[in-house]
Design a protein around this ligand. Structure first.
Ligand SMILES: [Zn+2]
Length: 435
């Protein structure tokens, strides 16, 4: 073969033949299982390729949201009908909903060209972060904490305000699941608010901003995030070519025990072993390096409007569950005050209705004894799902910020880590627990 032709094929083939998937006439349905056979039916559907779950089946009476391709809609509706399963249509044409999610370009050094009325690609987020750090060089730093499968940087932001008390640390995780675009959007909003806190008239907010040392990883799954922009808007996992992994099933807590799949094509494939992926490894090392005085760990996902507390692999409420529950209840009130957005609080089993394992926050709490760990499932409750329209970004950020600040109100003068040792067999902590 002609050498030029080989070069041509190597360099241009992947570019000229993009395998972008469009979802015209794919429909988002909701079904509420009220019978064991309904649940079984949904469980079986998780194995077929023409269905993409936006909300997995768990317990009875918990809604299940799923997208069905145009060729199988009739079959699905017929089967559901035969089982007496009541189905509602949430989004008739998923692609049309995705098309409304405008993606804007950030213009370098023009800070105002980055806002919370649109979504952004990875590089725009990264450039904005770097420009912001250049504007506030003493308060903000941007570091690379590792690289993804496709060699993209995983960036972490560190913020310590001038004159800060640095009582303890807060880590904020975003973008572990690619298609949950509102997550990086909120985390960038959080960063922006925080860096401007010294100029705020809100003394309570200012005080909280000055109390902690802050760390943010806005896009933990950069390959997946990009892929959800360029190829497949419904992409969730990382981009491991050997079998892409759900990074939030890949942490070393109860790894592979519940709510995961060992099928590589599954959306909840947990990987072959804990921390098999460079992204989860990088995050774990980063968290461990900040584990001294680490008081809060927040992870942001969508959707469902839940505050989920550890442990995702247990039905039982263990350790300081009651304390954190109370904190979340106050945060829930704060969130509702703004736009009436209703949150539900509890473990994964209590809220989404299924248990799961290998979750980042659970590992942080069990291993590093971090007392306050909360995973947020941001807006909405299913009307738009992952296709949350851009005009909802800002209200989501505003209300979530209120909730987060409520959780961050210091309850004690000094930091206290969670006492005892997590028992991996029973999920119960030995020794006395702080409340
Ligand atoms: Zn998620």
């Amino acid at each position: 073969m002609d050498i030029n032709l080989i070069y041509f094929l190597i360099f241009f083939f992947p570019i000229s033949f993009c395998d972008c998937i469009k979802f015209y006439n794919y429909t988002l349905y909701r079904g509420i299982p009220v019978d064991a056979k309904h649940l079984e039916y949904f469980q079986n559907l998780t194995e077929v390729e023409y269905v993409n779950f936006w909300r997995l089946p768990g317990r009875l009476f918990k809604p299940v949201d799923l997208v069905v391709d145009p060729e199988h809609k009739e079959l699905f509706l017929k089967e559901a009908n035969n089982l007496g399963l009541y189905i509602t249509t949430l989004i008739e044409d998923v692609q049309k909903a995705f098309d409304k999610q405008s993606v804007k370009q950030y213009i370098r050094r023009k800070m105002e060209s980055f806002d919370w009325n649109d979504y952004y690609r990875l590089n725009d987020i990264y450039e904005w972060l770097r420009d912001l750090a250049n504007t506030y060089p003493t308060e903000m730093k941007v570091n690379t904490i590792g690289r993804s499968h496709e060699n993209r940087e995983i960036l972490a932001v560190e913020i310590t305000l001038k004159g800060s008390k640095m009582r303890s640390k807060v880590i904020v995780e975003g973008g572990i699941h690619a298609r949950e675009w509102i997550s990086p959007a909120f985390v960038t909003y959080f960063i922006n608010e925080l860096i401007h806190a010294p100029y705020s008239n809100d003394t309570e907010f200012k005080d909280i901003a000055m109390t902690y040392e802050w760390f943010f990883v806005p896009v933990l799954n950069p390959d997946g995030y990009e892929y959800s922009h360029t190829n497949n808007r419904m992409w969730r996992k990382n981009r491991n070519q050997m079998g892409s992994v759900d990074l939030n099933r890949n942490f070393d807590h109860a790894f592979g025990t519940t709510g995961v799949s060992f099928r590589m094509s599954s959306d909840t494939f947990c990987g072959l072993r804990a921390f098999s992926e460079p992204e989860s490894q990088a995050m774990a090392s980063f968290i461990e390096s900040k584990s001294q005085q680490l008081e809060y760990y927040f992870a942001f996902h969508s959707y469902g409007q839940y505050m989920i507390m550890p442990y995702a692999n247990l039905k039982a409420h263990v350790e300081n569950f009651d304390t954190v529950y109370k904190m979340c209840s106050e945060a829930k009130t704060k969130i509702a005050e703004k736009y009436n957005t209703a949150y539900t609080i509890g473990t994964a089993f209590d809220t989404v209705g299924y248990m799961t394992s290998g979750v980042s926050g659970c590992w942080v709490k069990a291993k590093l004894r971090v007392p306050y760990v909360v995973t947020f499932e941001l807006r909405d409750s299913g009307y738009h799902g992952f296709s949350l329209p851009p005009e909802k970004i800002r209200p989501t950020c505003l209300e979530t910020m209120d909730g987060v600040l409520s959780l961050l109100k210091p309850r004690t003068k000094t930091y206290a880590r969670l006492e005892g040792k997590y028992n991996y067999d029973s999920g119960v902590t030995t020794n006395r627990q702080i409340t």
